[in-house]
Design a protein around this ligand. Structure first.
Ligand code: SAH
Ligand code: SF4
Ligand code: F3S
Length: 467
């Protein structure tokens, strides 16, 4: 590996938190080599597009980036352009890039990003695109690869890679490979180091976090890991993303209910409310089992908040099927939902059914609108129910849209705008807030006391609020 001086990089990250974490690992390796972060594409000597393949819209976004950067590459041939991430795992993407985007210098995938320094070296010595994508992960997990986490007090920590669930619409098992859990000791060591550096919130990441540990010897599970992290001094909040509704044990619910630190937001992707559709999606639960889980969670966790993901227009979805989804949304009253139109992914079973039994696009759009309308109504009512309550908010910074308020999040993941107090910076602080008003997508309130605990060691030496 060659060291470099005065060379700048820029990473465009599309997709989920796992891609964000991968970008941090790419950035860490680059900074170890001597690269610094570039402020703009024009200044960058290396641009990496870390892609997402989950829906056609995400792929179009990535192709758009690649196309747009052609001009810049022509004007500055010394610049290196790389494509990474989930799309790189798909043979169709490689074929497309070779045909339409020969200005790309390097393509690497989700399983070999820890080899970035060598890949850059090799790419720099070639005239043609270097494609190095592994079909599956190596035998051992790449631990101890440097990473450059973004600023703040919240850190993302991988706990399990890959997905073995094979929902019939989903590309992720193909782009991320089989489930591989990190050893609990490695995860805890990382969390302890983060706490020493001043991080106060960790977000455990996996496509399927409640499969965590089934492949380890001895077997452990997510409840064990969450219990252990509860003991790490300095960590105030613990989140995890994403659980699957199928493997939610009573013990896991108990551990969350008894915890002072673990998020009370349960993100439980429902996907559909009709049993025939759930079966064809291979979700491995029925609407009745999902409802029973909601009831168990309500009983075990005080102030629990539910959020979800829903797909409309899965092949063969009838109006009656869709109405069953609406019915479940009405009954459960999710705090919020990510809603998607079904997007066929090449190589998945549902993409083959889409050819035979598609839901026409206007129908998909109409269902999405009806679902969103209902969910917005419920989100607003749920938020209005919080007016007059107090909650702790982790302030992330001054709102980008309105500089008279700070923007932050509650432990249940709600966006909270907090009136600014002149002369005080509460960025990265946990503050008690009284909720005064509610909108569909956020709450607003005012600070009622001193921030909790000491300021983070990460900077932001702040004066304490006078109450
Ligand atoms: N592992 C997580 C998230 C996977 S991707 C889970 O199982 O919930 C995030 C969301 O994208 C999914 O929950 C699903 O709602 C949506 N999604 C996945 N594939 C899709 C497709 N082909 N078309 C539309 N939405 C999709
Ligand atoms: Fe995709 Fe299903 Fe795995 Fe989630 S659980 S990543 S939706 S296959
Ligand atoms: Fe997208 Fe890959 Fe995440 S397909 S959602 S970036 S795992």
């Amino acid at each position: 590996m060659r060291g470099v001086v005065g060379v700048q990089y820029l990473i465009h990250t599309l997709g989920c938190q796992m891609n964000e974490r991968d970008s941090e690992i790419m950035a860490g390796q680059l900074e170890t080599m001597g690269y610094t972060a570039a402020a703009s594409e024009e200044q960058a000597d290396l641009i990496i597009i870390n892609t997402c393949a989950v829906r056609a819209s995400a792929e179009d976004h990535a192709f758009g980036h690649v196309g747009r950067l052609k001009q810049l590459k022509e004007a500055k041939p010394s610049m290196t352009l790389a494509v990474a991430g989930c799309m790189a795992q798909e043979p169709g993407t490689i074929a497309w890039l070779k045909k339409h985007a020969p200005h790309v210098d390097l393509v690497f995938g989700t399983h070999n990003l820890h080899q970035l320094p060598r890949l850059l070296d090799e790419a720099s010595e070639r005239d043609e695109m270097l494609v190095e994508v592994w079909k599956s992960a190596g035998d051992s997990l790449a631990e101890h690869v440097p990473s450059r986490r973004r600023d703040g007090v919240r850190a993302h920590v991988n706990i399990i890679y890959g997905c073995d669930k094979f929902c019939t619409y989903c590309i992720v098992p193909f782009t991320r490979g089989r489930e591989r859990s990190r050893a609990m000791t490695d995860i805890l060591r990382e969390v302890q180091a983060l706490a020493r550096e001043g991080y106060q919130e960790v977000m455990f990441l996996g496509q399927n976090v409640n499969s965590y540990g089934h492949d380890l010897d001895p077997k452990v599970d997510l409840a064990d890991l969450l219990e252990a992290v509860e003991e790490v001094d300095g960590i105030r909040w613990v989140h995890y993303m994403t659980p699957h509704p199928r493997d939610f044990s009573d013990r896991l619910l108990e551990v969350i209910g008894a915890s002072q630190k673990i998020s009370r937001q349960l993100h439980l992707p429902l996907q559909a409310g009709s049993n025939p559709i759930l079966r064809r999606m291979n979700r491995k639960y029925t609407r009745e089992q999902y409802m029973a889980l909601i009831d168990r969670a309500r009983a075990a966790i005080a102030d629990v908040s539910f959020t979800t993901d829903i797909i409309v227009g899965f092949p063969g979805e009838t109006e009656q099927d869709f109405e069953q989804t609406l019915e479940m949304v009405r009954e459960i009253r999710f705090d919020s939902a990510f809603t998607f139109m079904y997007s066929p992914r090449e190589g998945t079973p549902a993409a083959r059914w889409e050819g035979r039994d598609p839901v026409p696009n206007p129908v998909k759009k109409d269902r999405l609108n009806r679902l969103m309308e209902l969910q917005y109504e419920i989100s607003l009512e749920a938020n209005q129910g919080l007016i007059g309550k107090s909650m702790v908010v982790l302030v992330e910074g001054v709102s980008k849209k309105n500089d008279s308020v700070w923007a932050g999040r509650s432990q249940t993941g709600k966006v909270v705008l907090v009136d600014r107090v002149p002369g005080i910076d509460l960025t990265d602080r946990f503050v008690p807030v009284h909720i005064d008003a509610a909108k569909t997508f956020y709450l607003s309130g005012s600070v009622t006391g001193d921030p909790l605990g000491a300021p983070s060691a990460l900077g932001h030496a702040l004066p304490l609020l006078q109450s």
